[in-house]
Design a protein around this ligand. Structure first.
Ligand SMILES: [Zn+2]
Length: 84
């Protein structure tokens, strides 16, 4: 899957950080790429049809992206996710 395909789904990769960002409208949500999170997210939040999402999870694995929850600490100094 190319970046063009990701863009068609409203997704883009944050340069440098390797984090997937939802660019649907003004969403700008950083997405975890763990398991099928992204495809589930696209359906639940944006109603992206299965036809458009069917190869997404597999393709994302080839992009070697970071999980957003491993991103640098948040600006407010709050700890990482309590379950990690
Ligand atoms: Zn979104």
């Amino acid at each position: 899957m190319s970046n063009t395909d990701l863009n068609a789904l409203g997704l883009c990769v944050e340069p440098g950080a390797g984090i997937l960002i939802c660019g649907y409208g003004e969403c700008k949500h950083a997405l975890s790429v763990r398991a099928s999170h992204v495809t589930t997210y696209l359906w639940e939040k944006h109603k992206v049809p299965l036809e458009a999402r069917k190869n997404l999870t597999k393709s994302l694995k080839t992009l070697n992206l970071q999980n957003s929850d491993r991103a640098p600490p948040r600006n407010d100094g709050s700890p990482e996710h309590p379950l990690l």
